[in-house]
Design a protein. Structure first.
Length: 338
């Protein structure tokens, strides 16, 4: 063990309770390759940490790309859209830690304080060697106790994980992470993608994006599809649908209100687009969520004959309808591409 990343002997998973419980912990050691990259970002209703145990990979978080090296930790709060990105070549090892902790009674202040590190703007933690050794030793101890099926191992797993969280929170101030610089056009296209994630509840049109980012609408459409694999219209729609799924599962808002909050121009458009990508109505999706059966990882992303760089005529009409205000850019509206 060199301490650069958690010790990885074999694929294994260790679980305490289920993800619907107030107290939940899951460690998943596995090997991944480019063949299993998701098409679009997904979200969970629990906290998650991605720990890279190999040389390199990437992670897309709310439309922004982060380049990772061995030992990097990605912090993902509930509802955060994200996906791992693995490159062609040798499969890489990674550890996923998923968890929920009770945030009531006497623990509320401490738990919320420790979990506040998941709210930082950049979600990637890259620590000095001495911090990594200390942290990853805790994870290795959990794996050893669980692998050996020692008595009361669930209690040890929870106790050591709380130590890990507490120690990580203290070490965050030593974060060394700096993202890679990329070319001008990839950077601009993914700045737009990141902007969409922050402003999808607003009315967005191709024309206004091209004006705001000083790029012709035809060139923007072509490069967006080329770099991200989706037409601009599709990307906006899918981001809105993910936002709607999140609200359907975590709030009591009416479906009409959710439609409006997610930027759809009409309830009929929302219902049509939701059914197109999810295969069920918004109401059915909410009911499935109450039963723990809602599908969050995959969407129906099959391309149709009418999909172009601009999207279908109906989609483009929906996108530009009621688009009366131009998006404005803040100093923090930037992204890194994939």
């Amino acid at each position: 063990m060199n301490g650069a990343s958690p010790e990885f002997r074999e694929s294994a998973c260790y679980k305490l309770n289920s993800d619907s419980d107030n107290l939940f912990l899951y460690l998943d050691y596995d090997i991944r390759s480019a063949e299993i990259n998701m098409e679009f970002q997904h979200f969970h209703n629990y906290y998650e940490m991605f720990v890279l145990c190999d040389k390199e990979a990437g992670h897309l978080v709310e439309g922004r790309y982060y380049a990772l090296v061995e030992g990097d930790i990605v912090l993902l709060k509930p509802g955060c859209l994200h996906k791992s990105i693995y490159f062609d070549g040798k499969p890489v090892r990674r550890l996923i830690i998923a968890f929920s902790l009770p945030q009531d009674h006497g623990l509320a202040y401490s738990v919320r304080g420790v979990l506040s590190m998941f709210n930082q703007e950049d979600p990637v933690i890259r620590l000095p060697a001495e911090d990594k050794v200390k942290l990853f030793q805790m994870l290795d101890e959990i794996a050893t106790v669980k692998r050996n099926k020692e008595q009361y191992s669930d209690l040890f797993m929870l106790s050591r994980f709380c130590d890990f969280l507490y120690t990580l929170k203290a070490a965050v101030k030593h974060n060394l992470y700096e993202n890679k610089e990329l070319g001008e056009m990839p950077h601009k296209i993914n700045t737009i993608a990141s902007f969409i994630h922050k402003h999808y509840s607003e009315q967005i049109s191709l024309q206004r994006l091209s004006e705001a980012f000083s790029i012709s609408d035809c060139y923007l459409s072509r490069k967006f599809k080329e770099l991200l694999g989706f037409s601009l219209v599709q990307y906006i729609q899918i981001t809105r649908i993910r936002g709607a799924q999140r609200l359907l599962l975590t709030t009591n808002f009416g479906i009409q209100e959710i439609s409006e909050r997610c930027g759809f121009s009409s309830f009929s458009q929302f219902s049509r687009v939701f059914d197109k990508y999810c295969g069920v109505s918004p109401r059915t999706f909410r009911n499935l969520g109450k039963q723990g059966k809602a599908e969050l990882r995959s969407l129906n992303l099959e391309k149709t004959a009418e999909d172009t760089h601009y999207g279908s005529y109906q989609e483009q009409t929906d996108l530009t309808k009621n688009a009366t205000t131009s998006p404005t850019l803040g100093e923090k509206d930037y992204g890194i591409p994939f």
